[in-house]
Design a binder for this molecule. Structure first.
Ligand SMILES: *[C@@H]1O[C@H](CO)[C@@H](O)[C@H](O)[C@H]1NC(C)=O
Ligand SMILES: *[C@@H]1O[C@H](CO)[C@@H](O)[C@H](O)[C@H]1NC(C)=O
Ligand SMILES: *[C@@H]1O[C@H](CO)[C@@H](O)[C@H](O)[C@H]1NC(C)=O
Ligand SMILES: *[C@@H]1O[C@H](CO)[C@@H](O)[C@H](O)[C@H]1NC(C)=O
Ligand SMILES: *[C@@H]1O[C@H](CO)[C@@H](O)[C@H](O)[C@H]1NC(C)=O
Length: 661
């Protein structure tokens, strides 16, 4: 029974002790008095204040504990308090020049725990009086000539009563002086001079500390109330006094002890700037009372846009805040600069316009490509590509392979049939014939003819290597013959000598080629347009007939209408009349070629005196065509051969078709 009771009492005692030592909470403490806030470490009542910071709350408002010094303002940031302090004064006897009637040092008990220093930054010392020197003395020391660590003051002199001016505290009736840091006491003294001559307007000397921004001198102050008090700013700090746990003076020293006053999380310690000791402060982004547990709380910056600017979207964080521009906006520093749209409307419009155009361009490109492909396929089929594909003797070229060659600088000839381009395909020189004009070829005939052509391998026939069917009118690819046509050699390069042997071989070999085409292949292939321009010469002057069958091919189906294709100059008159092309027609044309070769004269059709006519006339009249022969070869030894040639030509040209050979 007793045991239980004593245990209970013991527990109660422990609880009470704990409450007494818990000085870092302000629960149950008066937060203010007489309109003045009382923040911890200041406090009213036991357990509510840090040692040295006790405040008494009186009828007239808060006073420093144990004194009658009125407290006007207390603050923990900055660490100051505004207190009304008494002034120092000395009043004189009218009949005595130096004797004082009464005086006061203005001494107080404001600093019994040493937590205050008179703020040197906020206060000044003012001395008022006519002919006086007033000063303050602070920090009593033991021994020595002077008994204080600090002395400072100023002198005021008045020539006469009129010399004192309102608003001017500059040595006439009033003087003021800055004070050093470290002053601990409110204490004033005067060096007196005779006042007898000025007792009527300046009976007393005064000296006081005052808020340097809150005192303006008036002439009437020469007779001010000696009970007057003056507002003075006091710097306070946690200074310690050596008796508790040594001299706790600076942050570094204090932080290691249990007496450390900065108990709140998110708090910082600052060494005092006026006297020893330190002060506590909430860290950046927090506010409150760093001297109490959990006294520092996060600042909701976003709720305080006036103090914490944000032109974007504000998000509060512990100890700070995030300020960002909304999506699509940007700013160098949204805390200082407005957020602007990343892409202005004009830019957005032009970007979408450009991408729209790009898409359209792409679509039309694809469409064109597709169309080209389809057309190429259609042409290929129409031109008999399916049939030709199986022919091994001929190569079917794709348009892409030939396209690079079909350029202006590769153009080597132009005629009724089309254009001729020279180029390189798979390392072989070729001549590409590109027909111009309408599709004159017969659809189903073309592939068969091409196959036949390609199978013809004769050294006197220009070889067809392949064709390209992916165009409206098929292009033909031939082997390239380097020395040009007989036409060019005979008539364009007249200076080039051609002896009879060469001419004979030029005649003999095409004749062989023609007869091969007419008889040796299983189908008769007619040329239809034999002329010097179609007889090409290679590097060894070997003649090769080109365009074999093509003119006939192109004329196919138009035979009935007698739409004559080919050069009229070399055209068989019988063919012209009947419109039927036979192998005899080629023979006729060859006869004209013989005449051209032996005379080296150009056969013309329009001229009535055409080459054929001249020869026929000459032959009939004189039995020889001597004067028509090319002088270069018309030497005595050659006459017989030349005559024989002319005779052969005449036979070729015979209008009686059957008699042609
Ligand atoms: C002023 O001084 C005179 C002479 O010393 C003295 O008699 C007189 O009582 C003094 N007056 C006052 C008010 O103290
Ligand atoms: C000083 O006082 C004397 C006597 O009252 C007067 O004559 C003189 O003008 C004054 N000087 C100034 C500068 O006020
Ligand atoms: C000056 O001090 C007086 C008290 O002496 C106070 O009422 C007044 O507000 C102060 N003025 C300023 C500007 O601080
Ligand atoms: C000054 O205060 C004292 C004591 O508090 C008082 O006796 C005296 O009358 C006061 N003087 C004035 C001028 O109010
Ligand atoms: C220090 O504080 C103690 C009370 O805690 C007091 O007795 C002592 O006089 C103080 N010392 C000084 C130098 O102020």
């Amino acid at each position: 029974m007793w045991m239980a009771l004593t245990t209970m009492l013991l527990l109660l005692a422990v609880g009470a002790a704990a409450a007494a030592t818990s000085t870092t909470t302000t629960r149950g403490c008066r937060p203010s008095c007489g309109g003045v806030d009382i923040p911890y470490p200041f406090g009213i009542g036991i357990g509510c204040f840090h040692k040295g910071f006790e405040i008494d709350c009186t009828m007239d408002g808060p006073v420093l504990a144990g004194s009658s010094l009125r407290v006007k303002h207390l603050s923990i940031h900055p660490d100051v308090s505004l207190v009304m302090l008494p002034i120092g004064w000395k009043c004189y006897n009218a009949s005595s020049t130096t004797e004082a009637v009464d005086s006061s040092y203005g001494e107080t008990t404001m600093n019994k725990d040493g937590v205050y220093r008179i703020s040197n930054t906020h206060n000044m010392l003012v001395v008022i009086g006519c002919d006086t020197m007033g000063y303050t003395a602070s920090m009593k020391t033991d021994g020595g000539l002077a008994s204080h660590a600090y002395y400072t003051g100023c002198m005021s002199y008045c020539n006469n009563s009129a010399s004192v001016q309102d608003g001017l505290c500059a040595g006439v009736g009033c003087c003021h002086v800055d004070i050093p840091p470290g002053l601990t006491h409110n204490y004033f003294k005067f060096n007196a001079y005779g006042h007898s001559s000025m007792m009527d307007y300046s009976p007393c000397d005064y000296a006081f500390l005052v808020d340097r921004n809150n005192y303006t001198f008036r002439r009437s102050d020469l007779k001010m109330d000696t009970n007057r008090t003056s507002p003075v700013w006091l710097d306070w700090a946690i200074r310690g006094n050596g008796s508790i746990s040594g001299d706790i003076l600076s942050c570094n020293q204090a932080a290691r002890t249990s007496e450390y006053a900065c108990v709140s999380d998110h708090s910082d310690c600052l060494d005092s700037t006026n006297g020893p000791g330190y002060n506590c402060r909430c860290s950046e982004g927090y506010r409150g009372d760093a001297y109490i547990v959990d006294g520092c709380t996060n600042i909701d910056e976003c709720a305080n846009p006036a103090d914490y600017h944000c032109y974007g979207v504000c998000t509060d964080t512990q100890g700070s805040y995030v300020c960002e521009c909304p999506a699509g906006y940007r700013s160098h520093d949204p805390r200082k600069e407005l957020c602007t749209q990343k892409f202005p409307l004009a830019a957005q419009i032009s970007i979408s316009a450009i991408s729209g155009i790009l898409v359209l361009a792409l679509l039309s490109f694809i469409y064109v490509l597709h169309k080209e492909r389809r057309e190429a396929r259609d042409f290929f089929r129409k031109n008999g590509g399916l049939t030709l594909k199986d022919a091994t003797s001929i190569k079917i070229f794709k348009m892409e392979e030939l396209k690079p060659i079909l350029k202006k600088h590769n153009l080597i000839g132009k005629g009724a049939f089309g254009e001729v381009y020279k180029g390189d395909v798979d390392g072989v020189l070729v001549a590409i014939k590109k027909p111009i004009g309408d599709n004159v070829l017969e659809n189903n005939q073309f592939p068969n003819e091409v196959i036949i052509q390609s199978q013809v391998i004769d050294k006197n026939i220009v070889r067809l290597r392949g064709c390209c069917l992916e165009v409206d009118t098929p292009m033909l690819v031939y082997e390239f013959i380097s020395n040009g046509s007989l036409e060019d050699i005979l008539h364009k390069h007249k200076s080039k000598l051609l002896n009879l042997d060469v001419r004979l071989s030029i005649l003999q070999e095409p004749a062989h080629g023609l007869s091969y085409m007419h008889s040796q292949t299983h189908t008769t292939i007619l040329h239809g347009d034999v002329k010097p321009a179609n007889i090409l010469l290679d590097e060894y002057f070997t003649p090769k007939i080109s365009d074999f069958g093509i003119s006939r091919l192109t004329a196919k189906g138009k035979e009935q209408t007698a739409n004559i294709i080919g050069d009229m100059t070399y055209m068989d008159l019988v063919y012209l009349k009947t419109g039927r092309l036979t192998n005899r027609s080629d023979v006729y044309s060859f006869g004209v070629v013989i005449l051209e070769l032996i005379s080296r004269k150009k056969a013309t059709h329009s001229d009535n005196n055409s080459l054929v006519g001249s020869f026929q006339e000459c032959h009939q009249r004189e039995g020889t065509s001597l004067k028509l022969f090319d002088p270069e070869i018309a030497t005595a030894g050659n006459f017989e051969i030349l005559d024989k040639l002319a005779q052969i030509a005449m036979e070729c040209l015979n209008l009686d078709v059957i008699r042609r050979r």
